[in-house]
Design a protein around this ligand. Structure first.
Ligand SMILES: *Cc1c(COP(=O)(O)O)cnc(C)c1O
Length: 376
């Protein structure tokens, strides 16, 4: 295995595509036979880099890819991705033409979008494909459940839009069954209504990571995993249900090392004061790289296989850590902010818990100036 060496700042996110492949296979094994996988690669594949991740998944035979907005789909097509791409967020004002041109499939939940799609398709003499979304209890995008029969009637007026799928979205991510089951029943009812009007989709889908794991029978014939592909869990309860490998490692190197006396203040606002003579390392990563300010005086990093606490406030481009207890530290030593070093490990979940967030956000917000380096 070869990692290309980047010149300049040593702060990088290493993306292990072999771990991605492992997680994909773990999910594939759990999914009922005959059910396809739509891999969710929105938000730059949760910060992992949408193009390399999509190309890897394409190579592994993924059935579909999912993005949030048309631009994300266009970028994948320009990068050579051939797999069908679903746009979860639907189309915005003038997106219909781009969507047709690049062969993308939007989720549709209003008649306006159908009009635009149909017009753009005729202009380009192509067929538009769409997936119709019904809201079964998430309260976000989707035709309201009560209005679904009326929507289906209107749908028939747009024959140049091919309905390729019917979907909904579960709102529970902690394995709660009652509400999940009631959403599934509504979805089945919506499918019956569509069927009665002669509308059927090749793809029926509703489950993201949490539900496909906790309730595999609520899967339809396509599932939409996102976070689990990247080796993180929708919530703690899932760690016992499926074994995954974190794909991303966030690392840097010690940039500057100095010994400071007892009673010295560290960082903006002087929020940390040394209680002994201390060895303080300055690291070239800060909140502009996605290292959250709530990790001030709370975060930990790994150096020499040991935990070192963040001292003082997180700055825009730098943090300081106390390495007094770690033997043999020198300038240039490797530092792990998320990932494994020796026997120690810091997960995106651990960081999320410290800042009152979720691993999704921790991964998505890793800054754009942090180069992604791929292990193949
Ligand atoms: C983001 C998203 C997913 C993936 O959710 P995970 O919890 O990351 O598995 C699936 N479906 C839709 C519509 C989404 O927006």
């Amino acid at each position: 295995m070869h990692i290309s060496v980047v010149p300049g700042r040593p702060t990088v996110a290493e993306i292990d595509l072999r771990a991605l492949a492992f997680n994909y296979r773990q999910i594939r094994r759990r999914v009922p036979k005959g059910t396809g996988i739509l891999a969710v690669v929105k938000a730059d594949a949760y910060g992992h880099g949408a193009l390399p991740v999509s190309l890897k998944l394409e190579e592994m035979g993924v059935d579909y890819l999912g993005v949030a907005i048309p631009e994300e789909g266009v970028a994948l097509r320009k990068g050579g991705v051939k797999t069908p791409i679903l746009i979860f967020g639907g189309i915005f004002q003038d997106d219909a033409d781009e969507v047709i041109r690049y062969g993308l499939t939007p989720v549709v939940f209003d008649i306006e979008s159908l009009k635009h799609l149909s017009k753009a398709a005729r202009k380009r003499r192509k067929k538009a494909t769409a997936h119709i979304k019904v809201d079964t209890g998430m309260g976000r995008l989707g035709v309201p459940f009560e209005l679904f029969p009326a929507f289906l009637k209107d749908l028939k007026k747009y024959p140049d839009v091919e309905i390729e799928g019917l979907l909904s979205h579960f709102s529970m991510t902690d394995g709660e069954e009652d509400y999940t089951a009631s959403q599934w029943r509504r979805y089945q009812e919506a499918l019956d209504q569509a069927g009665a009007m002669g509308i059927s989709g090749r793809y029926l889908h509703m489950a993201s990571s949490a539900t496909l794991t906790a309730f595999p029978s609520y899967s339809g014939n396509l599932v939409r995993p996102g976070i689990m592909l990247y080796g993180a869990y929708p919530s703690a309860a899932f760690q016992r249900m499926i074994s995954l490998k974190p794909v991303l490692t966030l690392k840097t190197r010690i940039h500057f090392l100095k010994r400071v006396p007892e009673g010295e203040r560290i960082g903006y606002g002087g929020t940390f004061m040394t209680r002994r003579e201390s060895l303080i390392a300055t690291l070239p990563i800060g909140y502009a790289d996605g290292y959250n300010t709530r990790l001030s005086n709370r975060g930990e990093v790994l150096i020499g296989g040991r935990r070192a606490p963040v001292t003082g406030k997180v700055c825009m481009d730098l943090i300081m850590v106390d390495v007094t207890e770690i033997p043999g530290v020198s300038n240039g030593d490797e530092v792990i902010l998320i990932g494994r070093q020796g026997k120690e490990r810091i997960t995106a979940e651990e960081v999320a818990a410290k800042i009152g967030s979720i691993p999704y956000e921790v991964l998505c917000l890793i800054g754009r100036r942090v180069p992604r380096i791929y292990r193949r």
